[in-house]
Ligand binder design. Sequence first.
Ligand code: PLP
Length: 311
Amino acid sequence: MSGIQAVSDCSLDDLWQTLSCAGLNGVQVLRLDRHNALAPGNKAFKLAPIIAAAKAAGHRRLLSFGGPWSNHLHALAATGAVEGLDTVGFVRGLESASPTPALRDASGWGMQLVGLDRTCYRRRAEPSFQRQLLSRYGPGLLIPEGGDCPEGAGGCRQIGEAIARATPQGATIVIPVGTGTTLAGVLAPLGHCHRVIGVSALKGALDTPQRIHRNLAALAIEPRVHWDLLQDFHCGGFARVNAELRQLLLDRELAGALPLEPVYTGKAVLALQTLLRNGVIAGDRPVVLVHTGGLQGRRGYPWLEPGPGYQ
Ligand SMILES: *Cc1c(COP(=O)(O)O)cnc(C)c1O
């Protein structure tokens, strides 16, 4: 992925795919990985209102945090380039000797990369530390890691609205979760006939439900939909892979139908297969899987082919 491509926004209603393999017969996938060529996946939805607010406030520069494979920084760099805004990425433990392909893309799109050692990185939410960063690398808008803020969650309502349009009679919806910002937005437009199951990509992130409640409260959303968060499909921890997940990702039939990555959607598919097999999700009502993108991150796993569109 080099150079700036035109942003090809297509309607979410055109992104549905029905699966017929790997124990997932009839599952309807909302392919956010196919939305917006330059910044595919859920991150563009979180960033859109944040960037609109930044522009309205007269900011010319956007700064944020992420790891060396961050989909968030990748999307921020791409979007900033298209919008003509400067971007700065504070990267956890960046060793400038070998930037990842994700960071190479980001710097190719003009993002200034600043390495923070792990001790500094842990301070990313502290106001005093943020003031220091802004005085050195600003002025601009400092966006929380992962776009985790009420504006970011609000941008994900659109995803829930598309699901509600496609499944007016209700559905069980499975969605990968990191911070839970996306999940919070998705819940907003759904009603009693829907059920949402979030699958956490993190191990032991016990505060995730709290974060979701905080974003919902800030947006004054009282979800009518029943939702749960599964914490048992992390496969060893964030970005870790166990034998079961590896096997799923190497399944040729599934890979031919649906490109996946190990960090988020692969784990959600593993959970979905398990829940269908155990009858926890009944196959007699619609089942929706939200593919949240992140395919650029496949490049971090040498045993996987790079994702479509990436070298
Ligand atoms: C960031 C990300 C998520 C998690 O989104 P949250 O809003 O943090 O829960 C899920 N899937 C992919 C591919 C992501 O990049």
